[in-house]
Design a protein around this ligand. Sequence first.
Ligand code: NAP
Length: 368
Amino acid sequence: MKKPVVVCGASGYTAKLIIEFLRSFQVPFIAAGRNRDRVEAAMKLIPGIETADYEIAELPTDVADLKKLFAGSKVVCNTVGPFVQHAEPTIQAALEAGCHYLDTTNEQNYMMPMRDKYGAEFARKQLLLAPSTAHMCTIMETAAEACLAESEVDTIEGVCIVSGTPTPGSTQTFIQSVTAEERYLEGGVLQLWRPCHSAEVRVPFTDRTLLALPWGGSGLPLWYQDDPRVQSVRTMAAFTNRDLMEGVLKIYSHYHANLRQLPEDGQREALARIAAGMQPGAPPRENPMIHRNWDTIIGSSTTKTVRYTIYSHCGYQITGLLQAFAANWLIKHPPRAFGFQGAAHAFGYERILSVLEKFGYGKLVRGN
Ligand SMILES: NC(=O)c1ccc[n+]([C@@H]2O[C@H](COP(=O)([O-])OP(=O)(O)OC[C@H]3O[C@@H](n4cnc5c(N)ncnc54)[C@H](OP(=O)(O)O)[C@@H]3O)[C@@H](O)[C@H]2O)c1
C-alpha cells in the first residue's frame, strides 16, 4: 500500500527530524531526496529508524514526475528551501495529486504568491496548504491564538527569540530573503517594513535588549489579514547571537548598496556565496540546555494589554515534531480549515500546545 506521507529533501537536517517524529507517531512515509545515496546515508543517522515503515525515492524536479511520486499519498512535507526558489512545482504537484501540503518557510515573499495562486484551489479540493508549519512561526501563532481566545485584544506584537545555530539550508534561506519585501499588518492593511529595518527588543530572560529584524515577515500578518478580531500585527525575530544579527543586517545594507542593481541570477549567486561562507556545515543535534527559544506575544486593545510567552527549546526538533504531528493528524482527520492556513489555525492552538507539552518541548506562560 502507498505510504501516506512523502518527505521531500530527506537528506537534510530538518527532514531527518520530521522522520524521527513520524516514526514516533508510527506513520509510514517515503523519504525522497535528489540524491539517493545521500538519503540512504541520512536514514542511517536517525535514532530508531530500524523500526520505521518507510521507503526511499528519488525526488524529481518537474510537476508531472512529482505528481507520480505523490499519487496515492495524503500529505507532502517539503523541506527543500529556499522555498521561493524551489517549492512551487512541489505545491502544484501536491494539489494535482490530491495531497495536503506542509513546509517550513517563514518568508512572506514566497507565501503570498503561493496563497494567491493556489490557496483557493486547495480549499476547493478540501486540502490544506500550510507553509510555515515550523518553529518559526507556528509557535508565535500559537501564542497569538491563546491571547485572542482570552481577551478582546485586537493588536498583536510578536517576537521570536532563538538561541541556536542555523543549518546550511536556513542560512541560504534567510540570506536570500534580504532581497524580499517584508510586511506587517496595520488597520487590516499590509504595509511594507522599511528596508534594513531593525529594532532593539525586550526579552523575558535578561535585562539586555536583543537586535531583532522582520526576518522574512513571518506568516502572522497573512494569517490575520482578514480576521475580524485583529487590526494590526507586527512580528520580528532575533537570534541571541548578536554578531549573527549584526552580520545579517550588514548583508541587508550591502545588498541595497551594491547587489540590488544586478540581474536576479547574479543577486542570487552573490548571496548564495555569502551564505556558504557563513556556514561551515550542519550543526550538531540541538541541546535543550543550550538551544532555548522564547516566543512572546503582546496583545493590546484600547483597554488592556496581555503578554503570553511560549518557553521552548530546540527549534529544529520542534519543527520536526510539528510536521509529523500535522501529517499524522491529516491522514486521520480533516483540519479545522482548508486552503492557505497557519498551523495553529488549521489544527487549533490548544492541540499545538498539547503536543509541545506531551513531548516536553514547550510551555505557554501568561503574563511574563
Ligand atoms: N521556520 C523554521 O522554523 C524552520 C525550521 C527548520 C527549517 N526551516 C527551513 O527549512 C529549509 C530546510 O532546512 P534544513 O535545515 O533541512 O536545511 P539542510 O539541512 O541544508 O537541507 C536542505 C535539503 O534540501 C535539499 N535540497 C537543496 N537544494 C535542492 C534542490 N535544488 N533540489 C532538491 N533538493 C534540494 C538538500 O539535498 P542535498 O542533501 O541533496 O543537498 C537537503 O536535503 C530551509 O529553508 C530552512 O530555512 C525553517
